[in-house]
Design a protein around this ligand. Structure first.
Ligand code: GRG
Length: 311
């Protein structure tokens, strides 16, 4: 692959061949924990919560949380509750994003969207339960000092509300039917996607024992990676079919074209990797490799990947 960035190209060439196996291992760990968690849920929302959690997906955010913790010197066991909490929140955002008042999606991951299979009220409440349950799970973290767990809870909370995911979604909804300025598009991406990526690595690093400088550096990596991931998602969406869909007003590739989107993706991911290089900490190879995987995903020729077939 040619990224037009010689530094990034040489890193791509040196990418550890063992990384995909490590990624798969992390993913298995998350899958198993999500299954256990989903099975333990009882009550009238249990079936909807199970469907939301076990839909699959790449599990990228919890993997980032585990990697942030490992980078800071912590263990997977220490960061697994935080990783699962992040994934519960991610799945909650997808459920609410699909609702009739938002994207009004029919399908999610090839299956009926949750409000189509369980009804709108149950989908809203299942999302609410996932959101608050995530904080309960994060607070149950063992093996990290309580003040670190408290910091992690605060960090995650701040990522989700005003100036975070909720504002990102609001700005996105308000932009529909208009042509937003580039500043608005960047803000939507930074809030609705960048904030959760940032929280994933920063919460992992916090639990794993990182100091303030390290958390700042890895947060910057997470923010930039998240914005890049959103552009990658936009590229795949814009290639899936020609028709514009709800949520498309802030799709970078539809607004500015595929080449501009790919250039922006390269720029953001190169900056993300640079942010990591400036930080003291453990081995960054997995975090760098994740950025490279996102770059590859957004740069693959049209025939190599379809959005629907992933996960
Ligand atoms: C959390 C308070 C609070 C509100 C949520 C609904 C909402 C507000 C935000 C939605 C944000 C959103 C849908 C962002 C899109 C992010 C994105 C690119 C999703 C796709 O992520 P993947 O590809 O999904 O990682 P998989 O299926 O792999 O898990």
């Amino acid at each position: 692959m040619d990224s037009e960035d010689p530094k990034l190209d040489s890193r791509l060439a040196r990418r550890e061949s063992c990384f995909p196996e490590r990624l798969r291992e992390r993913r298995r760990l998350v899958e198993q924990a999500m299954r256990e968690h989903a099975t333990a849920v009882a009550g009238p929302l249990a079936a909807a919560i199970r469907d939301a959690l076990l839909l699959g997906g790449k599990r990228l955010r919890p993997i980032l949380c585990l990697e942030g913790c490992a980078w800071a010197g912590g263990s997977p066991a220490m960061s697994l509750p935080a990783a699962c909490a992040i994934e519960m929140i991610h799945k909650m955002t997808l459920v609410h994003d699909d609702l009739p008042a938002m994207d009004n999606a029919v399908l999610r991951g090839g299956r009926p969207a949750l409000h189509r299979s369980h009804g709108e009220a149950i989908a809203i409440l299942a999302g609410d339960a996932l959101l608050v349950g995530a904080f309960g799970l994060l607070a149950s973290t063992k093996g990290a000092p309580p003040e670190r767990v408290l910091n992690a809870v605060g960090r995650l909370g701040r990522a989700l509300g005003a100036g975070g995911l909720a504002d990102g979604q609001a700005l996105d909804v308000l932009a529909q039917g208009k042509r937003p300025t580039p500043e608005v598009v960047d803000q939507v991406h930074a809030w609705k996607t960048g904030c959760l990526f940032e929280a994933a690595v920063a919460v992992g690093a916090e639990v794993g024992g990182a100091d303030a400088d390290q958390i700042e550096a890895i947060s910057r990596y997470g923010r930039l990676l998240g914005r890049g991931f959103q552009i990658c998602d936009d590229i795949l969406d814009s290639r899936a079919d020609g028709a514009a869909e709800p949520g498309d007003a802030t799709n970078y590739a539809r607004l500015y074209g595929l080449e501009a989107a790919r250039a922006k993706l390269r720029e953001l991911l190169s900056e993300a990797v640079t942010a990591l290089a400036s930080a003291r900490g453990g081995d960054t190879s997995s975090l760098v490799a994740i950025a490279e995987l996102v770059l590859e995903r957004g740069s693959a020729p049209e025939t190599e990947e379809s959005h629907a077939g992933e996960a």
